[in-house]
Design a protein around this ligand. Structure first.
Ligand code: SF4
Length: 360
């Protein structure tokens, strides 16, 4: 799964490569250990992550690799059990026809050709040589094992690939896939992104996520048992979820052995079932001011060693219905940084000794 429009993300990325332009990824085994049960956290220094007030992916990559790495979003030609009838046909309610991979490469091309195309796009903006091969579209571990091996191997053999990142569903990680991931991780860092979105079953039912929380928990345990870093997608702004509900998801993740998060504002994309629902039953979408407040509360409470891969999200402009203000990505990101500074927000500010000490 990729998770909702597992898209975007320039927010915290070092350099986005992808055809989609944003995404980021996270985690790398050498640095990430099980810190969820770690010793009590001390209040982080506000300058700890460079110019940012949170542990950005960009900072993590520079810290770990000494330079930027650029993400190239790929489409491995997979489908999704929530779409092919195994679990359902419509997919998650927010998922676009592109399987939340609207910025990914062309699935009719080989993986190497998609890497070539992504690299060519990047060359217009960046000078760099290191890439994150990111299987973004649909469910990245859902397919015949031979096909998965072929696609992932092609990606890691591509010159300059430094990290293999795969977005998937927690119910699509059978033992043989875990074994493959473990094998690959001996050659190159492998990251797995899981589309959790929320811990609240009512919301999970609404978005038709198709699995329950224990499935996610087992997937995290399985991945961590083989040393694979886990990045979790969370949607902020789901209908019927208030700040308290969303902070409950953040606190739940603080207690999990995860290494990264992608915080994504709920987008209503044209052509999705969410768009149809929105037209029939208009619900309030967050304003920029509301989102800044909510995001600030989440960041203050987020465990400080969790790398933040994304602070917002941006659906493709051609598909974006709401919130319209997200179309101006640069403005949004600038507003986020300004808000954090003006409100003296930093990651983990309210997280001490494994507990939330105060809230906004
Ligand atoms: S329908 Fe499938 S591909 Fe789309 S977001 Fe849900 S799990 Fe991901």
């Amino acid at each position: 799964m990729t998770a909702i429009y597992q898209n975007s993300g320039n927010d915290t990325t070092a350099g986005s490569a992808s055809l989609r332009g944003n995404e980021s990824a996270a985690g790398n085994a050498p640095v990430w250990e099980n810190r969820s049960a770690a010793a009590p956290q001390t209040m982080p220094e506000r300058t700890r992550w460079g110019e940012k007030r949170y542990y950005s992916l960009d900072y993590y990559l520079k810290e770990t690799y000494g330079r930027k790495l650029y993400k190239i979003a790929l489409d491995g030609g997979f489908t999704c059990p929530n779409r092919d009838g195994t679990l359902g046909y419509g997919g998650c309610i927010f998922c676009s026809a592109g399987g939340s991979g609207d910025f990914a490469g062309d699935r009719t091309l080989s993986v190497a050709a998609q890497m070539d195309a992504g690299k060519a796009l990047l060359a217009k903006k960046y000078q760099g040589t290191g890439y994150i091969a990111y299987f973004q579209a649909y469910t990245g571990t859902y397919g015949p094992l031979s096909r998965l091996r072929e696609a992932f191997t092609e990606a890691i053999r591509y010159p300059g690939t430094e990290i293999l990142s795969i977005a998937t569903r927690p119910d699509c990680l059978p033992r043989e896939v875990l074994t493959l991931l473990q094998e690959l991780s001996l050659e190159i860092p492998v990251w797995i992104e899981l589309g959790l979105q929320t811990i609240h079953q009512k919301s999970a039912d609404f978005i038709r996520r198709g699995y329950e929380l224990p499935v996610f928990e087992q997937a995290v345990r399985d991945l961590r048992s083989i040393g694979i870093p886990v990045i979790v997608h969370v949607i902020l702004g789901l209908p019927a979820e208030d700040t308290k509900d969303i902070l409950a998801t953040i606190q739940y993740l603080n207690d999990m052995d995860i290494q990264g998060v992608k915080l994504q504002l709920l987008h209503v994309l044209k052509g999705t079932e969410l768009a149809a629902y929105y037209k029939a039953h208009p619900f309030p979408v967050l304003t920029l001011t509301e989102y800044l407040r909510l995001l600030g509360a989440c960041i203050n409470q987020l465990r400080p060693d969790i790398v933040i891969h994304r602070l917002t999200g941006d659906g493709p402009k051609r598909l974006l219905m709401e919130p319209e203000w997200t179309a101006n990505k640069r403005l949004v990101l600038n507003q986020i940084q300004s808000y954090f500074k003006s409100q003296d927000i930093w990651q983990g500010r309210s997280y001490t000794n494994g507990r939330i000490t105060h809230s906004l």
